[in-house]
Design a protein around this ligand. Structure first.
Ligand SMILES: C[S@@+](CC[C@H](N)C(=O)[O-])C[C@H]1O[C@@H](n2cnc3c(N)ncnc32)[C@H](O)[C@@H]1O
Length: 292
């Protein structure tokens, strides 16, 4: 029987180059070649669907989380994949570890934490606004929410913000650890800040579920309501398994039965009143999800 011959690093590199050239138009095939992401086929299929229309544009793309963790020379797979897929775009990476060694033509990397507002603002001051932002960094619920609040305004209209690995919403954290285990020593993944409670307001899933209402803010019957930044600029939210896509654009078109959060005159007339004040209604307070 012939022993299988192990391919040399040179041959492996050549094979990777050939395959990535052949698959350069399809992220569902390209992602498994490059990336250490969870379920590359599933993620890749959604990336392909949302990113294909932007492929040949000249974009600025930011990914939070370069990969390789503490090793400054390891990681960068997804940055190289975006570079291959978006031939005219500039790819930026952010990591808490110094990953400068992985920079190359069209790939620039900044060192800092995704929950550091000043650092993020300094990055944007250097790069300008982005067209795509992908959060694949710490996966801590508080970080993901804070980073979105800071960076979503730094996305151009028509841009897409992606959050990966949303499953950390469901991992019990230190503050609810005792409900999960009698062992006092919680493992490191308790740092993600998730919860066993599906409606826990601290989790990223609840934060992004709340933003679904922003899509319909023009339909709220609420005379004192002032639309917030997310209301006015989120035009689509797509939830998939462990991955969310938020599309940015102009969401200020008037409502259907409502205008400026007041029922249109013809609908007031239908219920026999001239103004909503005649009903003496008390409107509930609506939280502001943009607040840091
Ligand atoms: C899952 S890996 C990224 C994988 C990479 N995006 C890929 O698909 O190949 C997560 C990275 O986030 C970095 N990271 C962890 N905490 C961070 C933080 N607070 N801010 C920025 N990066 C962080 C880690 O050092 C690690 O390299």
């Amino acid at each position: 029987m012939l022993a299988a011959k192990k391919s040399t690093p040179f041959f492996q590199k050549l094979q990777h180059q050939v395959m990535s050239f052949l698959y350069q138009n399809d992220l569902s095939k390209l992602l498994p070649l490059y990336s250490s992401k969870w379920n590359p086929h599933l993620f890749g299929q959604h990336y392909q669907e949302h990113f294909a229309p932007l492929k040949n544009q000249k974009l600025k793309i930011l990914e939070i989380g370069v990969g390789g963790y503490d090793d400054p020379y390891s990681g960068g797979d997804s940055l190289r994949m975006w570079k291959q897929y978006f031939p005219k775009s500039m790819i930026y990476g952010i990591d808490i570890v110094n990953k400068k060694a992985l920079e190359e033509d069209r790939i620039k990397i900044f060192q800092g934490s995704q929950d550091d507002e000043l650092f993020l603002k300094n990055v944007v001051a250097e790069t300008g606004k982005f067209d795509i932002i992908i959060d694949d960094g710490s996966h801590r619920n508080d970080h993901v929410i804070k980073t979105f609040k800071i960076l979503f305004p730094e996305l151009n209209d028509g841009g897409i913000y992606v959050v990966e690995d949303t499953h950390t919403s469901y991992i019990p954290s230190y503050d609810n650890w005792s409900k999960f285990s009698s062992n006092d020593v919680a493992p490191h993944w308790a740092e993600y800040g998730g919860s066993l409670d599906l409606y826990d307001q601290k989790t990223m899933m609840n934060f992004f579920k709340r933003l679904v209402d922003c899509l319909s803010h023009q339909e709220f019957i609420h005379p004192e309501y002032t639309p917030n930044y997310f209301d006015k600029h989120i035009v689509g939210i797509h939830f998939y398994r462990n991955q969310i896509f938020i599309h940015k654009g102009d969401n200020t078109a008037p409502g259907n039965v409502v205008e400026n959060n007041i029922l249109r005159p013809e609908f007031l007339q239908e219920i026999g009143i001239k103004s909503l004040t005649e009903l003496n209604l008390e409107f509930p307070t609506i939280d502001d999800p943009t607040r840091l």
